[in-house]
Design a protein around this ligand. Structure first.
Ligand SMILES: Nc1ncnc2c1ncn2[C@@H]1O[C@H](COP(=O)(O)OP(=O)(O)O)[C@@H](O)[C@H]1O
Ligand SMILES: [Mg+2]
Length: 258
């Protein structure tokens, strides 16, 4: 059973430290939610885990399958079984959803087996069709250019479709709920729930409790000022919904000044 083990992670951008010692373990089969106010470092954590070049790690380690992945390139991390669903997916005009997914699957499989000749077209079509049906997507979607002119809901569904076809072991979903109306939120959540199982660990990053009504987390973590300051069960998200973050801010201020 794989696990992603984040140990005392410090990272920042342009010489400014944003993550100030994050500790978190996500095992396959578990769904964790990471909540926190805007600007607290949630996306920084997601990008740092995937190896975005703008983010510099200054301290700490992230272990996955016996390696400190901070030493790996982003594609090597993806090939190991890590996946990041972006808060703001980028458009790739000229590359269809189907071609993009096929290239991504082949890259993953080739990295694990240099002899691999590429997924046969019938197998790919079948896989794509199954996963699109699961996400209740129109099959015509596969022929459109990736994220080009997609609505907010379509972009998020395309991210979940990538997750469904690439079958990562650990997926980090950065604000997959932002910009979704209630119907789209439900479809995206149903998709994630359908992918849930012993093979998949998920970190759902969210600003709002709402998505957690649909995707029930095993654990909830709250980030404030670049650190996880509280962890608990699903009821912690409900407590936040009711009481906001102030009780934690006050407690942290008190801890720092004490
Ligand atoms: N590209 C960037 N350049 C400079 N500062 C950034 C950049 N991206 C994020 N930040 C800053 O880093 C901090 C954490 O941002 P972020 O990780 O996006 O927070 P969250 O996802 O929790 O809202 C914020 O203060 C934000 O202004
Ligand atoms: Mg963010």
């Amino acid at each position: 059973m794989s696990e992603l083990d984040i140990r005392n992670l410090h990272a920042g951008i342009d010489g400014r430290e944003i993550l100030k010692g994050v500790n978190l373990v996500i095992k396959q089969g578990e769904v964790h939610a990471l909540m926190g106010p805007n600007g607290t470092g949630k996306s920084t954590l997601a990008y740092t885990l995937m190896g975005h070049p703008n983010y510099q790690v200054t301290e700490g380690e992230v272990w996955f399958k016996g390696q400190n992945i901070l030493e790996l390139e982003p594609d090597e991390r993806a090939h190991l079984g890590l996946f990041l669903a972006f808060q703001y997916p980028v458009a790739i005009p000229g590359v269809s959803v189907a071609n993009f997914l096929r290239a991504a699957i082949n890259a993953n499989r080739k990295s694990n087996n240099p002899e691999y000749k590429g997924i046969p077209v019938p197998e790919f079509r079948k896989l794509l069709k199954e996963e699109m049906d699961l996400l209740r997507m129109d099959h015509a979607f596969a022929g459109r250019y990736l994220n080009d002119g997609f609505s907010g809901g379509e972009k998020k569904r395309a991210e979940v479709l990538q997750m469904a076809t690439l079958k990562p072991e650990i997926a980090v979903m950065d604000e997959t709920d932002s910009g979704l109306d209630i119907d789209a939120l439900r479809i995206v959540s149903d998709g994630v729930n359908a992918l849930r199982g012993p093979e998949l660990g998920v970190l759902v990053i969210t600003h709002y409790q709402r998505i957690l009504n649909y995707i029930k987390p095993d654990q909830v973590h709250i980030m404030l000022g670049g650190r996880i300051v509280e962890s608990g069960g699903a009821d912690l998200a409900l407590h936040l919904e009711e009481h906001g973050y102030d009780w934690l801010r006050e407690r942290e201020d008190h801890t720092i000044t004490a």
